[in-house]
Design a protein around this ligand. Structure first.
Ligand SMILES: C[S@@+](CC[C@H](N)C(=O)[O-])C[C@H]1O[C@@H](n2cnc3c(N)ncnc32)[C@H](O)[C@@H]1O
Length: 181
């Protein structure tokens, strides 16, 4: 699926399911209550729900969920009782979640140029607030070995530390960072 011409999932050297698994593995063990900030076709939510007690997943665009309904690989999103869907803007919806209510956060937003607010210090402070002590955040940023990806990751890492995360580790194989509270 493309969002403004940009593929929603990686498909070079990895298929979308493997990619979702690798994102989840980066913050293993994925147990307790998980926040998935951007549902998309639901692959990360579905993978997280294999081991977690509960997954809350937020999607701003109802049309994306309509496509997911038609997609055979997304069916668990609608059938797994451990998954709760929220339709809305996670930038606003996150304010309603209680402090320390999630053990893990999966943050797989659209690219920086399409959703800059989801890479902002203000949003990272909310992610920090809703995470439990000892919690972990996976943040997709793009290819860390490209010049753009590296520059974005550097800014993301700095803002995550400013938001309170004590350690931020690069995971180039999964195009993301893991931050520890
Ligand atoms: C990269 S995709 C997520 C892929 C997903 N992790 C999966 O496994 O299929 C990003 C998704 O975030 C959604 N999105 C964009 N801005 C959002 C926002 N402010 N709040 C919630 N969802 C948003 C887009 O519509 C898109 O479906």
């Amino acid at each position: 699926m493309l969002v403004s011409g940009i593929p929603m999932h990686r498909f070079k050297d990895v298929d979308p399911r493997q990619d979702a698994r690798q994102k989840i593995e980066a913050i293993a063990p994925v147990v307790g209550c998980i926040l998935d900030t951007a549902t998309g076709l639901g692959y990360t939510a579905i993978e997280a729900a294999r081991t977690a007690d509960r997954v809350v997943t937020v999607e701003i665009e109802p049309l994306v969920l309509e496509v997911a309904r038609l997609n055979p690989w997304s069916q668990a999103l609608f059938e797994n009782p451990k998954i709760t869907q929220v339709v809305g803007d996670v930038y606003d919806e996150i304010q309603a979640f209680e402090d320390h209510s999630f053990t893990r956060v999966i943050h797989d937003p659209p690219t920086f140029s399409l959703a800059g607010e989801l890479y902002s210090g203000a949003f990272y402070r909310q992610l920090f607030r809703v995470l439990r002590r000892g919690g972990r955040l996976f943040h997709y940023v793009g290819d860390l070995e490209s010049r753009t990806g590296y520059t974005i990751a550097r800014g993301v890492g700095r803002r995550l530390r400013e938001a309170g995360f004590r350690r931020v580790v690069c995971h180039p194989r999964v195009f993301g960072l893991v931050a520890y509270k």
